[in-house]
Design a protein around this ligand. Structure first.
Ligand code: HPA
Ligand code: ZN
Length: 374
């Protein structure tokens, strides 16, 4: 490996190890401070995708998991054509998480890391089906542990957070109905709504209409991973029109359906996009990755996009890095980032008075930070 290559990887460590920027935008230390300090919401992050590398090792040692240290290190290595992280999440359920306290630990550590990046509010996903069926931790205990971590982190790090129990779409749709039944039986203020994730291929959103109907009827908010992995815009349409989702996670292929995009723009639906998404890093030519990435066109179509980390420790990205990528790779300016910040507030599942307060306070902070840029 040449020195240049080493340097390239070092520089990209918090930027998802993505192709070097060709935009010509210069990043100074003042910019780095700006991306870190700007007040952020995070609306698309998976609890199991945010486990620290050393915590993964410690849990594996405690449980005697049949995963070699080299394999763990490979999980936490991001190649130039990343294979995706879903198998790592499955390994966590299967071997590492054995008691509710483990969930408290990873949630508390995630929120500590996020707060260190000036994430003021996080809404993060957790898949109860794997926890209950595979890790054999009861729903009530698991949710209580995560909610306790949210309260502890609020006290210790001044970050607010909400939990989004998320459907494992590779499991039977009846399991999704069960997730909503658990949510209804164990209500907590911090448990805001329902999501769905895992492999979208062959698992379109309509399979899960019943769980979404029940969630809405019970007063939960709703979002869905749709239009990821190159799956059709139709899945976004189904999530919006049939499941009646208020937010969409990813949603990239909506660029293939401008009429649908116009409707979503009109309705102000927030799209939580992920600059380090594995599918596009794998399938677009590296030298054109930033240029051809659909999230650019989503913004041009008037959609309310908001940048997120998704699986930060596995993607080798942090919130500051995700925002920096929008600026130095994807061609957005400081005024665009300001709009994205407001999109995050608009999309947050908190009451309107809280959103109004954030709009005022965060705008003032953002403007003061932006004024200090070269
Ligand atoms: N997509 C689908 N499933 C996931 C993701 C994602 O971005 N992250 C964790 N599970
Ligand atoms: Zn995701």
């Amino acid at each position: 490996m040449t020195r240049t290559t080493e340097h390239h990887i070092d520089m990209n460590e918090t930027l998802g190890n993505v192709p070097a920027s060709r935009s010509g935008v210069a990043i100074t230390p003042a910019h780095r401070h700006f991306f870190r300090a700007l007040p952020k919401a995070e609306l698309h992050c998976h609890l199991l995708g945010a486990v620290r590398h050393d915590t993964f090792i410690a849990l594996a040692e405690r449980t005697g998991a049949p995963i070699a240290r080299s394999e763990i290190d490979a999980f936490y290595t991001r190649g130039e054509k990343p294979v995706g992280v879903l198998r790592v999440l499955r390994a966590l359920d299967e071997y590492l998480l054995t008691r509710a306290d483990d969930l408290h630990r990873i949630a508390y550590e995630y929120l500590q890391d996020a707060a260190g990046q000036n994430v003021r509010h996080s809404e993060f996903f957790w898949n109860p089906t794997g926890t209950v069926r595979v890790s054999k931790i009861a729903y009530a205990d698991a949710q209580a542990a995560i909610v306790a971590a949210i309260r502890d982190a609020a006290r210790d790090f001044r970050i607010s957070a909400r939990l989004i129990p998320s459907i494992d779409r590779e499991a039977d749709p009846d399991e999704a109905v069960q997730v909503v039944a658990w949510m209804k039986a164990h209500r907590a203020d911090e448990v805001a709504g329902l999501g769905i994730d895992y492999r979208e291929n062959d698992r379109p959103p309509e399979l899960f209409w019943e769980a979404y109907r029940d969630a809405r009827a019970a007063g939960f908010r709703t979002t869905a991973h749709a239009g990821e992995f190159g799956m059709p815009a139709r899945n976004v349409e189904t999530a919006v029109d049939l499941l009646q989702c208020e937010r969409i996670d990813h949603g990239y292929t909506i660029v293939d359906d401008p009429a649908l995009a116009a409707r979503c723009a009109e309705r102000g639906i927030v799209f939580t996009v992920v600059p380090t998404n594995s599918y596009y890093l794998r399938t677009l030519p590296p030298e054109q990755w930033a240029e051809l990435h659909p999230l650019r066109r989503m913004a041009a179509l008037g959609l309310k996009i908001h940048p997120n980390t998704d699986d930060p420790t596995l993607h080798k990205v942090d919130p500051a890095g995700a925002w920096q990528l929008m600026f130095d790779h994807f061609g957005f300016g400081i005024a665009d980032l300001r709009r994205f910040m407001f999109n995050g507030i608009d999309g947050a599942w908190v009451d309107e008075s809280q959103r109004a307060q954030w709009r005022t306070a965060w705008a003032a902070e953002f403007d003061a930070l932006a004024a200090a840029l070269p």
